[in-house]
Design a protein around this ligand. Structure first.
Ligand code: GLA
Length: 384
């Protein structure tokens, strides 16, 4: 047998080593891409968002196992972005908001915020509790709205990151002092947001007090399932499982009447587009629906945007939901990526007790007493 020349043998070995090296490089870069992808999934990232009231404000980016993203800041416990896929798998931000803290501080119609101590209106900012009259801050015409001049949407919350089997989240705490905005009692509030791996934004509300006080905390995201700032929400098809709503006067204060929705433009018991009858509703939709859930945690809303195919369900045990069609948006709020938010560009579904309950003996009570625990959960679930 002929001997292989040494030079050729060396070339073969070098060539094999070279091929081996190239291969391992390709594998490595594939692996690092994989780790990047895995890192993109199920994670919490914290970055500075500025300062307010001498406190640090952060922006937390939560990503679930399917790549859905919720961005939340501890200023106002605000959800600044919610990025979910459409039927083609394209991800888009479906809540209205701003790019930076300064804009939220300057002027925000409660974009994405936690609203309290009392969500919605209390007539004339007055109520009587245990024979004593309380006077609250008046910030909406003659009335008190969404907790007053500096409500829970305008304070810095303490935040703690959560990472468990269910998903990733943020536990936000705030102590509302006795007398704040006129309310009695020190109220310790905890709001927990979880972005679950089941594509839900779950919000759990808890509170305890040291004096009797009205409490009605809610969430104020403006949704647009077509994508924030693209177009109005009038083509969304909405179902609200409610046979009645609370009738309001010109100042949006309930008259105490619960009226049937049947045969009126208020009826969303079967899916209807938001725009089909809005012209017949003075001022647009801004009403509290009396839910059919009998105080049990249940699906109360389904809303679909036909073009993108995005579908959102809302679950709660609260007796009411404020359906607000973004009537006061007027293009003056320039939102994320310079987009203008015109009238009807977002809708809110604020799970709650009924507006003005402290002055309405026939409505379910909103008074929390020392020793009691305030608590409920609302879920916004995204499906295709
Ligand atoms: C709620 C109220 C509305 C309006 C918005 C915020 O939905 O019911 O009337 O105040 O908040 O602009």
């Amino acid at each position: 047998m002929k001997k292989i020349p040494k030079i050729l043998l060396r070339k073969v070995i070098l060539f094999t080593l070279f091929i081996f090296f190239i291969n391992s490089c390709i594998n490595n870069s594939e692996n690092s891409d994989k780790t990047k992808m895995e890192k993109n999934k199920i994670s919490i990232n914290k970055e500075n968002f500025g300062k307010y009231d001498g406190k640090n404000v952060y922006l937390y980016t939560l990503t679930n196992s399917n790549g859905l993203i919720a961005k939340i800041t501890n200023y106002g416990a605000i959800v600044t972005s919610l990025i979910v896929p459409d039927k083609q798998g394209n991800f888009d931000d479906i809540v209205l908001g701003y790019d930076n803290l300064e804009d939220y501080i300057k002027d925000s119609p409660y974009f994405g915020a936690i609203v309290g101590r009392y969500g919605n209106r209390i007539a004339k900012g007055k109520f009587i509790l245990d024979d004593k009259e309380y006077t609250l801050a008046v910030n909406n015409g003659n009335n008190h709205l969404h907790g007053g001049i500096k409500g829970f949407d305008k304070v810095v919350w303490d935040a703690e990151e959560i990472d468990n089997k269910e998903g990733v989240g943020l536990k936000l705490k705030y102590i509302s002092k006795d007398g704040e905005e006129g309310y009695p009692g020190n109220l310790e509030v905890t709001v927990t947001y979880t972005l679950t791996n089941n594509n839900e934004l779950k919000i759990s509300y808890e509170a305890v007090t040291d004096k009797p006080t009205p409490v009605n905390i809610t969430h104020h995201s403006y949704f647009n399932l077509a994508g924030a700032g693209k177009e109005d929400i009038l083509n969304h098809e909405l179902m609200i499982d409610a046979d009645k709503y609370t009738v309001v006067d010109k100042e949006l204060i309930p008259t105490a009447e619960l009226r049937d929705v049947k045969d009126t433009p208020m009826d969303f018991t079967s899916p209807e587009s938001i725009g089909s009858r809005i012209a017949a509703v003075e001022g647009g939709y801004d009403h509290n629906y009396v839910l059919n859930n009998n105080g049990k945690f249940a699906k109360v809303v389904e809303v679909i945007e036909p073009q993108s195919g995005r579908l959102m369900e809302v679950y709660t045990s609260e007796p009411g939901i404020q359906f607000y069609s973004g009537n006061f948006l007027d293009g003056s709020n320039i939102g994320k990526n310079g987009k203008k938010y015109n009238k009807y560009y977002g809708f809110c579904l604020e799970t709650q007790h009924f507006p003005d309950s402290p002055n309405q003996p026939s409505f379910p009570s909103t008074i929390l007493k020392p020793g009691e625990k305030y608590g409920y959960t609302t879920v916004y679930k995204f499906l295709l």
